[in-house]
Design a protein around this ligand. Structure first.
Ligand SMILES: [Zn+2]
Length: 165
């Protein structure tokens, strides 16, 4: 049986951008998609197709680890409706990578850089410390830089109407 050759990204992985929720109590990045996949610190995330019965990503399906080509494309095309702590970051994608309309769907992924979105509230230091568990550079990014206007407006509304603020 061959050793898994996928435990670390190749020298030139595909670079993509995406959003996550951050579950501070669990110290985990969670995908903002309906599936809510958990990204374990330091572990390579492997795509799977739930219910598709084929290796992910498949060109004819929507499975795989989604990422936009760059931050501008992410802001424009990825509507982020998740309330709570939001993180934006750059990921390495490798293995099988499918070109999508505005980015990529990959088979294997690891975060490369992470930014806590809206880094000016109290409690950020603790969140930043937790994000460092991923072993990559961590910084903060203002809402206006990380989010398109529709996402920012939605999050502002959710923050005002959400339980307990
Ligand atoms: Zn699929």
């Amino acid at each position: 049986m061959p050793a898994t050759c996928s435990s670390r990204p190749p020298a030139q992985p595909v670079s993509g951008w995406r959003y996550w929720r951050f579950a501070a109590d669990a110290g985990r990045l969670i995908s903002v998609s309906q599936r809510g996949f958990s990204w374990e610190p330091g572990a390579v995330l492997r795509a799977r197709c739930v219910g598709g019965g084929h290796p992910a990503p498949d060109p004819g399906c929507s499975c795989g680890i989604h990422a936009s080509a760059d931050l501008a494309s992410l802001r424009e095309h990825a509507l982020c409706l998740a309330p709570g702590v939001l993180v934006v970051g750059e990921v390495a994608l490798w293995g099988r990578v499918v070109l999508d309309d505005h980015g990529y769907r990959g088979q294997l992924a690891l975060p490369r850089r992470l930014w806590l979105v809206g880094g000016d509230q109290g409690g950020d230091l603790r969140t930043l410390e937790a994000l460092r568990g991923y072993g990559v550079p961590v910084a903060t990014m203002a809402d206006a830089d990380a989010l398109g206007s529709a996402s920012a407006a939605t999050r502002a509304f959710l923050a005002m109407s959400g339980p307990g603020g």
